[in-house]
Design a protein around this ligand. Structure first.
Ligand code: GTP
Ligand code: MG
Length: 366
């Protein structure tokens, strides 16, 4: 019997005989459940980071606090975040960093106390930004270091690398990415130049929208499978095991309909990794997230896990979560995140492999 079933069983019994002792037990259980829920904060830094936060907010999310930080007051004004923080007001007067990451770093240091206050008590902090500008590139480096120190939370950065047409920004982005790998538990990197694999040949603005959606989907999906009852949940310990001290991570998504939708979507997710990684089979861990309409079956979700397991030659830890989305009837969407991967953007010190095999957790009603 899963813990979820047990909870339901207990609460049914409670309704039948409400003795003072049993009411107290129920209250204690409720308090314990509340305490066990991980606190999650998501911070979007700079223009791209704030746009990603707005995307998540528009889609709706339960179980996470959304914060936007920017040096650009006008852009911050249109953000849909739960909390908006203008960083470095003395340094930049709310006018942005003009592409200088050093200025973004200084601005963040000026306002670090305010940001730290907002994330106190968090167990997981997601930081997102488009690398290549001043604010996001500078802020995410200072935030990851300072917030890790202040909270001890699992810190996961999710960043995009600039398009080839923005080459002059590339070296700054590369340097920041190296630095982030040293500081964060995991850095999920999306190379914008690979977006054509999932979005075709789109104009720049639309391609940026696709990147926002991808980052947003990853963060939203992960948060919801650990904080709310889903078809299959991932617990905080699972997530920590594959993300803590893992270095670089790549991500891929696939959508499909029809009889073999799971096979197709999983293959697309594996074949369309949005970072140029050296050898997929050498990944140290994998997180699979499946979203499907009401008709998605447990067997299909398990199948996605099997397909990914087969692509990874090592005995690595694989965790998976699944959620029903009533809006995508008939469709399956599979997201595969490979952690501890090697890439030309990699940092020299590599993580130790996670010694465990696959793990499943079943919760919810089928
Ligand atoms: N995913 C995504 N990337 C974006 C978006 N806008 C810009 N980018 C990318 O992110 C990089 C940084 O751009 P911004 O986020 O606008 O820059 P910033 O961090 O605000 O920095 P400054 O404006 O220089 O202070 C760019 O080089 C683009 O590659 C967006 O809306 N979404
Ligand atoms: Mg900006």
């Amino acid at each position: 019997m899963s813990s979820h079933d047990k909870n339901n069983y207990n609460s049914d019994n409670m309704n039948n005989r409400r003795t003072p002792a049993s009411v107290m037990e129920e209250e204690t259980l409720r308090a314990a459940m509340e305490m066990a829920k991980p606190q999650v904060s998501v911070i979007g830094a700079g223009g791209a980071g704030s746009n990603i936060i707005s995307w998540i907010k528009k889609k709706g999310i339960t179980g996470g606090k959304l914060i936007a930080v920017n040096t650009d007051a006008a852009h911050l004004g249109i953000s849909k975040a739960d909390r908006r923080i203008l960083i470095g007001p003395k340094l930049t007067q709310g006018r942005g960093c003009g592409g200088y990451p050093e200025k973004g770093m200084q601005a963040t240091r000026e306002s670090i106390a305010e940001v730290t206050r907002e994330v106190q008590g968090s167990n997981i902090i997601f930081l997102c930004a488009g690398l290549g500008g001043g604010t996001g590139t500078g802020a995410i480096q200072v935030l990851s270091e300072e917030l890790k120190r202040a909270t001890g939370a699992l810190v996961v950065a999710v960043i995009t690398l600039p398009f080839a047409v923005e080459r002059y920004r590339y070296s700054m982005a590369k340097e920041a990415l190296q630095n982030l790998q040293r500081i964060c538990d995991t850095v999920v990197a999306i190379d914008n130049n690979r977006l054509t694999r999932v979005a075709g040949n789109l104009p720049l603005q639309q391609a940026l929208g696709v990147a926002n959606e991808l980052v947003g989907q990853f963060i939203r999906g992960t948060i919801e499978t650990i904080t709310t009852a889903s078809l299959i949940n991932i617990d905080f310990a699972d997530l920590t095991a594959i993300m803590e001290g893992r270095g670089l991570a790549a991500i891929g998504v696939g959508d499909a309909t029809g009889m073999d939708r799971i096979e197709q979507a999983t293959r697309t997710a594996l074949d369309s990794q949005l970072l140029d990684i050296k050898d997929m089979s050498m990944a140290h861990g994998a997180l699979i997230h499946v979203t499907g309409g009401d008709d998605i079956t447990l067997e299909e979700v398990t199948r996605a896990g099997e397909l990914v397991t087969r692509s990874l030659t090592k005995e690595v830890r694989i965790v998976w979560g699944a959620k029903v989305d009533h809006e995508i009837k008939g469709k399956a969407r599979v997201m595969v995140v490979l952690t501890g991967v090697e890439s030309k953007f990699g940092h020299e010190s590599k993580p130790e492999p996670v010694p465990v095999v696959e793990k499943k957790r079943f919760l919810g009603v089928f």
